[in-house]
Design a protein around this ligand. Structure first.
Ligand code: SAM
Length: 233
């Protein structure tokens, strides 16, 4: 069944231009059923009442019999990906794949050795759209928020923080206990500075290895999330 994101699960739901266009491209007809999800864990089934691509609007009616059929697509505790700003369009691929791999939110970080120093409002909006589309495609009930960059020195995480550090010999999977929210963090093209690493460790973060090879800054975050996904979550 096709899936579409709505702003809120309600008896009658009106879709905006983007979701309407999506249903139009799929040639969905009034009377057909679709899965709806709100990106915050709410999910159900709805019948398409009308589809008006010219007006950029469609209406759906919730089917109460299929409410609460949330699939177990989420991790036992929320996993945040904290990732340094990266050059060019690399974050688009990171956000797309991180969403497929189960990240519950994506925190952008400003770090000392990052080559990218800022991100514009339009680019941030685009990353959010990419996360929403990837959540729909991967049948997630949660769309990860892509959060405005914060300075690494001021970053406050919740629960356990695992930092990808080439100098570590600790395996990420050995520290995966699911007893608290988890954040996995990886650095920019130039790596994290010694001072940044020391600060994180002093605040209780744990350094983990991703193997004996140096991964690119856009590969490392996905290797962390992939290692978690490969445990079955
Ligand atoms: N020369 C830099 C260094 O030594 O940190 C390389 C940076 S690497 C291109 C970008 C980020 O990916 C690093 O900051 C780290 O977080 C992560 N990373 C890359 N390879 C890794 C590995 N084998 N183990 C753990 N983390 C790795």
């Amino acid at each position: 069944m096709h899936r579409v994101q709505v702003t809120e699960i309600a008896g009658v739901m009106t879709l905006g231009p983007q979701a309407t266009r999506h249903l139009h491209v799929l040639r969905l007809q009034p009377g057909e059923r679709v899965q709806v999800f709100d990106g915050r864990g709410g999910q159900g089934e709805a019948v398409l009442l009308d589809l008006l691509p010219g007006e950029g609007r469609a209406t759906l009616e919730l089917q109460p019999d299929a409410l609460g059929t949330v699939r177990g697509a989420e991790t036992p505790q929320p996993v945040t990906l904290a990732v340094a700003l990266l050059k060019g369009d690399k974050l688009a691929d990171v956000v797309r794949a991180a969403t497929e791999l189960g990240a519950a939110s994506i925190q952008l970080l400003l770090t000392q050795h990052a080559e990218a120093r800022e991100i514009g409002a339009q680019k941030l909006q685009r990353l959010r759209r990419i996360a929403s589309e990837a959540a729909r495609q991967s049948e997630r009930s949660v769309t990860p928020g892509v959060l405005e960059p914060v300075k690494l020195g001021a970053y406050q995480w919740n629960g356990t923080l695992l930092v990808a550090h080439p100098g570590s010999s600790t395996l990420l999977t050995d520290l995966l206990t699911w007893d608290a929210p988890l954040t996995v963090l990886s650095g920019p093209e130039g790596g994290l500075s010694g001072a940044e690493m020391q600060d994180l460790l002093a605040q209780g973060a744990k350094a983990v290895t991703l193997g004996p090879r140096i991964l690119r800054a856009e590969t490392a975050p996905l290797a962390m999330l992939g290692a978690i996904a490969a445990t079955g979550y």
